[in-house]
Design a binder for this molecule. Structure first.
Ligand SMILES: *Cc1c(COP(=O)(O)O)cnc(C)c1O
Length: 388
């Protein structure tokens, strides 16, 4: 098949790909070049939050592409303004910076935290604490922020100024507060790390500690945000409002966007020439993101997400090889007793279901708009694979 052969020949081999050439899609269903259909329980990787080619989203994107596709950020566009206002009003944040990916959103958060501290305290307070087993992106800075040794390889020298604390261990975190720390960055549910939610009490205590010491709390909600966990932000379920929240994956409905939200305390840290992005906040992307926000915030939408999450969790937890179902809402980790998650991924694909893995777990991130019928169709393939 030309698609796979040419891709293997001309693209750097940075991904362990499955032999599937995606050609088209609607709803939760993707079709490959041979016309074979797959129920997608992965939404890309949590990106196609409204499924494939959602009608209102596609209309908004196409209309914007025909109106004005891009302009420099030295000018203004209405869709960018509408998007920014909508998202700030919705989340209680004061200002945002727009980039093109999760890594870029986190890169902005890291720069902001260091400058916030520099402006107030001067040099020597630039350390960011992240958690072990975290994932924050693939740029040099966000790779260093990622708290997993396997990522800290080959590309030396890495940037400095990061320390790593064990998740859910407040004493370990306290022991790292040596006066050089400007921020703590966390994923409320560690996604790539295996779909592990942090403890409520730990998050509460951490937020309090940060506030007392004027250390910024950054929530990397690149994967957990935009309704994925059943609330618009996962932080709502932990009873906190971090100083900075980053969003990406599901926000654009499949188009590249990254967003760094800052609260009133740090909203004005990044002034003229401190940061920028050529494509960040692109009008076509913002038009798609506006369609995502409109649907996710519609009456009853998130309640349905919660109901669908409960349904799927209940179903898979019945299966005999399932040790534990982890995560929050429609961010679902399935820890297995004996089976291998990658084998299940391959078998599921062969039978017409796409799932993800995270470490040794099966991971599901179905479209937020998935219907009950699509859920049942997918579960019919998945559940037998989860029996030992
Ligand atoms: C995917 C992810 C990122 C990186 O996002 P990119 O868009 O691939 O740069 C960062 N943080 C978390 C929590 C993620 O899940």
């Amino acid at each position: 098949m030309h698609t796979i052969e040419a891709s293997e020949k001309y693209l750097m081999k940075t991904y362990g790909r499955q032999p599937l050439a995606a050609a088209s899609g609607t709803g939760c269903v993707c079709k490959d070049e041979d016309g074979k259909q797959y129920i997608d329980f992965g939404s890309g990787i949590g990106t196609n939050s409204l499924g494939y080619c959602n009608a209102a989203w596609a209309d908004a994107v196409c209309a914007q592409a025909r109106k004005i596709q891009h302009t420099s950020n030295y000018y203004y566009t209405d869709v960018q303004a509408v998007f920014a206002e909508k998202l700030c009003e919705l989340t209680g944040y004061t200002r945002m910076f727009l980039g093109n990916s999760g890594a870029e959103a986190n890169e902005c958060a890291i720069k902001l935290a260091r400058k916030y501290s520099f402006d107030r305290y001067g040099e020597g307070r630039g350390t960011i604490i992240t958690l072990k087993n975290s994932f924050h992106g693939r740029t040099m800075m966000t790779l260093t922020a990622t708290g997993q040794d396997v990522f800290h390889n080959y590309f030396f020298p890495f940037p400095t100024g990061f320390a790593y604390a064990a998740a859910n261990d407040l004493d370990d975190l306290k022991s790292k507060l040596d006066g050089t720390v400007c921020a703590v960055m966390i994923e409320l549910v560690q996604g790539e790390g295996g779909v592990c939610a942090l403890d409520y009490a730990y998050v509460q205590a951490l937020a309090k500690l940060c506030q007392e010491q004027d250390i910024l709390l950054i929530a990397d909600e690149v994967q957990t945000g935009v309704g994925r966990t059943g609330t618009f932000l996962a932080s709502e379920q932990f009873g906190i409002h971090p100083n900075v929240t980053t969003l990406a994956k599901g926000l654009g409905g499949g188009l590249p966007i990254g967003c760094c939200l800052a609260d009133e305390k740090c909203a004005d840290v990044m002034g003229p020439s401190s940061h920028g992005s050529t494509f960040g906040g692109n009008p076509v992307v913002c038009a798609g993101a506006n369609a995502v926000l409109d649907q996710v915030t519609a009456d009853g939408f998130l309640t349905e997400v919660q109901e669908k999450a409960a349904y799927i969790r209940e179903a898979v937890s019945q299966c005999s090889d399932v040790a534990e179902v982890t995560g929050l809402g429609l961010m679902i980790g399935i820890r297995l007793k004996t089976k291998n998650a990658h084998d299940i991924l391959v078998q599921a694909r062969e039978q017409g279901l796409l799932v993800l893995t995270a470490k040794e777990n099966v991971r599901l991130l179905p479209p937020l708009t998935i219907t009950k019928e699509e859920l049942d169709q997918g579960l019919k393939i998945l559940m037998p694979l989860l029996e030992s």
